[in-house]
Design a protein around this ligand. Structure first.
Ligand code: SAM
Length: 162
């Protein structure tokens, strides 16, 4: 794998060798922190770095991998709504690992991508993947829709019957 200028955003990661569907491609490595720590770092430290993206991978509600200052080049993999890779949490000997697998056969020098399923009901990140089925945002709009249904606007409570 090799970093290079991406057609999607900034720098991305390109396959030096072809991969077969299902191959393990790379592990996403970094420092494991609580979501509150990741939020603070993003807001007060990383947002001020010129041209920096977000190098955070949310494992679950309690753990985020911060790959900004430590980790593998996997942190440069861009998002696509029609990706050639996907991520999975794999438990080995009691430790969780984020592994990026090939979703289909990947040709040499293709840019590697996965679906970030970025979750935020406050912030929408416009997607530049350029694929025909691009949903327009990097966000996971299905999950957001489910959470949004649980949020009843205050004005609706006046006539709310439960
Ligand atoms: C982990 S970085 C990926 C590497 C990034 N391209 C760079 O040069 O630093 C994640 C950031 O890249 C940008 N990004 C990745 N995929 C994107 C996409 N499909 N559309 C728009 N921005 C994207 C967003 O700013 C996101 O926060």
């Amino acid at each position: 794998m090799s970093p290079g200028k991406s057609g999607i955003h900034g720098f991305g990661i390109f396959a030096k060798q072809p991969h077969r569907a299902g191959d393990m491609v790379i592990e996403y490595i970094g420092e494991i922190v609580r979501p509150s720590v990741a939020d603070r770092r993003e807001r007060f430290m990383y947002n001020s770095l010129v041209g920096a993206g977000t190098y955070m991978f949310r494992i679950d509600d309690e753990r985020v991998i911060d790959a900004t200052r430590a980790g593998s080049i996997a942190h440069l993999i861009n998002h696509s709504c029609e990706p050639n890779c996907y991520s999975r949490v794999i438990n080995a000997n009691g430790d969780d690992h984020i592994i990026i697998f090939a979703k289909r056969d990947v040709k040499q020098w293709e840019e590697l991508t996965y679906d970030y399923r970025f979750f935020s009901i406050d912030e929408h990140l416009a997607c530049c993947c350029g694929f025909p089925r691009c949903r327009g945002v990097v966000n996971d709009i299905v999950a957001e829709g489910q959470v949004a249904k649980l949020h009843v606007p205050h004005k609706d409570l006046i006539h709310w019957k439960g």
